[in-house]
Design a protein around this ligand. Structure first.
Ligand SMILES: [Ca+2]
Ligand SMILES: [Ca+2]
Ligand SMILES: [Ca+2]
Ligand SMILES: [Ca+2]
Length: 300
């Protein structure tokens, strides 16, 4: 038992070293913190009744028995599981590096659920239309292992991970709130979650669209791009998603977001106004009609 726990911690630390130093706080977390709230749909298109779902993810190297674990929702700032309409008592095993899908009813998502609520029960998560809402995951001992507070303002003082102002953004109707990468938890809801118009129940999260969008028709010109010579590079929108532009997100090779643009020109600077390093950059163009990605080589 001791040995396996030790191994688990070592594996975990190795992963953390790869992900980066921002996650050092994780080292002191108990092993149960390996299971996190990974993606939620709290505002399905149209009526929500029976159609909400929650995806968990097990970051650890061993399976976790969810018997006795619970999910609580906040009711005007008070965590509660006193009525069946606001709680989910969990059961079942979640395998290491795996997803676990909790649904109101079997047809709530395209994927089969790992756990269905009893007939008549509903997750009933708030839609954060006028203030923040929250949910949290408790282990069998009643200890909180993860928390997600979304929407704003947090007028009830629920308390997002990361503190006031660190609430995750509200999702769009029909979309989800998804961890930027599966299981990645820096204890800051704003940094860790992103709205995704295309939810991925029981499948890897990809709210930035880096993995699942394709490159067809996306051109950057000039490429390679010399910021001090060219000034800006133009990031084209492919014809199949030509429509009003929402934004363009530029990522470095490690997947870190370096720049959020509202127009299809980039001056080679990050969101702090500094020139980025030479290298290969990926970008995701999001219009009202869809997403596409492209890449550009920047040379200083
Ligand atoms: Ca709802
Ligand atoms: Ca709805
Ligand atoms: Ca957390
Ligand atoms: Ca997912």
């Amino acid at each position: 038992m001791r040995l396996s726990g030790c191994f688990k911690l070592l594996t975990f630390n190795f992963k953390l070293a790869v992900v980066g130093t921002a996650l050092l706080a994780f080292n002191v977390k108990p092993a149960s913190a390996a299971v996190v709230l990974n993606e939620v749909v709290y505002d399905p298109s149209g009526s929500d009744t029976g159609l909400e779902w929650i995806e968990l993810y097990n970051n650890g190297s061993s399976a976790v028995d969810l018997a006795g674990w619970t999910i609580q929702l906040d009711q005007n700032g008070v965590w509660t599981d006193t009525t069946t309409s606001v709680s989910a008592t969990l059961a079942g095993l979640i395998a290491p590096q795996s997803f676990f899908l909790i649904e109101d009813t079997q047809d709530a998502s395209k994927q089969p659920a790992d756990l269905l609520l009893p007939v008549g029960d509903t997750l009933g998560m708030g839609n954060a239309s006028s203030k923040a809402e929250g949910l949290r995951l408790l282990n069998a001992a009643g200890a909180e292992v993860d928390r997600l507070v979304y929407g704003s303002p947090d007028s009830d003082g629920i308390g997002a991970e990361g503190g006031a102002g660190a609430e995750a953004p509200n999702s769009t109707s029909g979309g989800s709130l998804a961890r930027v990468s599966d299981g990645r938890d820096t204890q800051n809801n704003f940094a860790d979650f992103q709205s995704d118009p295309s939810p991925t129940p029981r499948e890897p999260n990809d709210p930035s669209g880096l993995v699942r969008t394709d490159y067809s028709g996306t051109i950057s010109y000039p490429n390679p791009f010399f910021p001090r010579v060219h000034g800006t590079v133009t990031l084209s929108t492919p014809e199949r998603i030509m429509g009003p532009l929402r934004d363009i997100r530029i990522y470095d090779e490690t997947g870190e977001l370096v720049r959020l643009l509202q127009a299809p020109q980039w001056d080679g600077r990050n969101d702090d106004g500094e020139f980025v390093a030479s290298g290969l950059y990926f970008y995701v163009v999001q219009t009202e009609l869809g997403k596409s990605r492209g890449k550009v080589t920047l040379i200083r």
